[in-house]
Design a protein around this ligand. Structure first.
Ligand code: ATP
Ligand code: MG
Length: 418
């Protein structure tokens, strides 16, 4: 019986890994420029961490978490909560009042799999903890944009403000009243969550809900002076940094902990408009998780599967895996015994060297060298071994020359590195 992977998870095969490595490499490079350091976190956390931070009435906590009920443990559905848990647990604020951290890895959500939507997917997560200035919000978005630009991806940035505990309750009330009047046109989800989570109706993708909220009160008209000033500051700084954006008063986030700035990087190239990255400010969360009082924070998470899909689509052709530097074709047992330590020594000298131990024909081995995209092939048969001279073939120019086997790995490495 063939056992297959479960629904909604994916193997990442080596021809796709090129994109993943490119994303990670670029992320590390850009984050370094902004002084953002890596942190690695466990995949398992106490369930309470997520119910408390993400919120009981959110899609994630209501229906998407993989939880071991008897143990009170959940496979993380996002990284932010874990990262803040670590921040609090290790008192990181003592070392450095503003922490700039990133983490890369898988997260788990039980949702309906489709293109760009899996049950195990991967996020690049960035958090700046301990700074509340609007410049920081803009800097973080500018960093996200720089990253996406350097990957040559075309995306647009949308921003909104979600207010704060001071101004949101009044807005929430207004919105609930507005939604209740239009209850019959809302989808079942939005009907159900009108009172618990009315903001979600604003970005519901159902046609009825979209039409219903078109003239809903705007949160941007209902901000307190502190939030308004902050949001104006964010926009002014984005302008100074030359980061293009549009205001989207309907954008909310599916997690309760956000306040003030919310943003998304969007693309229309994955079918329906999809977010490749999303984030925002969470000024109450660190305290909520038992950390120092009034510690502000902001962050975002990028979906790596969606980045990969975009790269494949927008860049067209698959990128090639790097080839071997040299393939050693050994013919006969003695040649194999001679060649294998030579290959090992080439590897010690940093080269990607390959050979085959199964004593196949020269033709078969040349074919294999081609499949490995080798730059050179060194042919060693019985006769070559006797005369102490292998045949070194440049696979690009097809030129052949003799290589004195006595010269050894140092000399060969030099020739191959050219
Ligand atoms: P969506 O509205 O698409 O469900 P979300 O608001 O649930 O996204 P976040 O929790 O903000 O997403 O996660 C950040 C990013 O992770 C998203 O912008 C997206 O790129 C990616 N993402 C979210 N859910 C999935 C999934 N099931 N499969 C693959 N990528 C995902
Ligand atoms: Mg979601």
């Amino acid at each position: 019986m063939k056992i297959k992977a479960i629904n909604g998870v994916k193997d990442i095969l080596s021809d796709e890994i090129v994109f993943w490595q490119k994303i990670e490499k670029r992320a590390r490079d850009i984050f370094r420029r902004f002084g953002v350091h890596e942190i690695r976190l466990p995949l398992l956390e106490k369930t309470e961490l997520f119910t408390r931070s993400i919120g009981e009435a959110t899609d994630i906590v209501e229906k998407e978490m993989y939880t071991f009920i008897d143990q009170g443990i959940t496979m993380r559905p996002e990284i932010t909560a874990s990262l803040l848990r670590a921040y609090v647990e290790h008192g990181l604020h003592v070392r450095q009042p503003v922490q700039r951290l990133f983490s890369i890895g898988p997260v788990f959500r039980h949702e309906r799999p489709q293109m760009g939507r899996q049950r195990q997917f991967h996020q690049v997560d960035v958090e700046i903890i301990g700074a509340q200035e609007p410049e920081v919000d803009a800097e973080l978005m500018a960093m996200g944009q720089m990253f996406l630009n350097e990957l040559n991806l075309e995306v647009s940035l949308e921003i909104n403000s979600l207010g704060c505990p001071e101004c949101r309750p009044a807005f929430r009330k207004k919105l609930i009243a507005y939604l209740q009047e239009r209850s019959e046109t809302l989808c079942d989800d939005c009907k159900r969550r009108t009172e618990k989570n009315p903001l979600r109706a604003l970005d519901c993708k159902q046609q009825g809900c979209k039409a219903a909220v078109e003239n809903a009160p705007s949160i941007l008209d209902n901000l307190c002076s502190g939030c308004e000033e902050h949001f104006i500051g964010v926009q002014a700084q984005l302008d100074r940094l030359g980061v293009a954006y549009t205001l989207n008063r309907f954008m909310v986030r599916g997690l309760d902990y956000y306040n003030r700035t919310a943003f998304e990087f969007l693309t229309t190239d994955l079918g329906a408009q999809a977010a490749v990255a999303a984030g925002g400010r969470y000024d109450g969360l660190v305290e909520e998780l038992g950390g120092p009082k009034k510690t502000p924070g902001i962050g975002f998470a990028m979906g790596m599967e969606r980045l990969c899909l975009l790269m494949q689509q927008q860049e067209g052709e698959q990128e090639e895996l790097g080839g071997a530097d040299i393939f050693v074709a050994a013919l006969g047992e003695q040649a194999i015994q001679f060649a294998s330590p030579l290959v090992h020594q080439l590897r010690q000298r940093g080269l990607q060297a390959a050979m085959d131990y199964s004593n196949r024909s020269l033709k078969a081995q040349m074919k294999q060298a081609g499949r490995l995209n080798a730059g050179f092939t060194l042919i060693i048969g019985e006769q070559e071994l006797e005369q102490g001279k292998g045949i070194l073939r440049n696979m690009n120019t097809q030129e052949q020359s003799e290589f004195s086997l006595q010269a050894g790995a140092d000399e060969l490495a030099k020739l191959v590195a050219g």
